[in-house]
Design a protein around this ligand. Structure first.
Ligand SMILES: [Zn+2]
Length: 167
């Protein structure tokens, strides 16, 4: 079993993004690969690492505070870190290739938007077209202040719930 492939995909799951990454745990940092699918964030460590070699988190297990999804992207001169909090209060952090930053941000926004749209509660008496219209008004933007992902609604001013910046 190679760490570079995902063999346990769910029936309607697809890989949106993958790249080499380091998983920062309290004990050490493990090298491996990070995958983003339309359902999960998955990390597979090189077999050479000690201890746990597999991590997964479903996107709808990520903690949401009002309009803000607690996935944060932070970059510095050499690296780019993706971290997030789960509804159980766990925090996880992965360092990925800095050159892939924009693509990661784009793909995370896409995955988050997808999750938000499918969890959106729209009145069931609305027609399919009306439901689609409501869903298409929702967007996800990466906050330039703190790097969190913020849900926005077309035509309405949006504030990042985490750092207060106007999006
Ligand atoms: Zn913010």
């Amino acid at each position: 079993m190679s760490f570079t492939d995902l063999e346990n995909l769910l029936p309607d799951e697809e890989i949106l993004m993958e790249g080499f990454a380091n998983w920062n745990t309290t004990l050490n940092s493990k090298g491996g690969k990070l995958f983003l699918t339309n359902k999960r964030i998955i990390f597979k460590a090189h077999l050479i690492n000690f201890g746990k070699k597999y991590f997964e988190c479903y996107l709808d297990e990520i903690y949401v505070e009002k309009n803000t999804i607690t996935i944060f992207v932070v970059s510095n001169l050499v690296s780019f870190t993706i971290s997030f909090r789960t509804k159980n209060g766990e925090e996880h952090s992965f360092v990925v290739t800095r050159g892939d930053k924009d693509l990661w941000v784009f793909k995370i926004s896409e995955a988050v938007l997808n999750t938000v749209q499918s969890n959106l509660s729209v009145p069931s008496e609305l027609s399919e077209t009306e439901k689609q219209e409501i869903k298409s008004n929702v967007g996800v933007v990466c906050c330039g202040g703190c790097g969190a992902f913020v849900v926005s609604v077309a035509g309405q001013p949006t504030k990042c719930n985490y750092c207060g910046r106007l999006i």
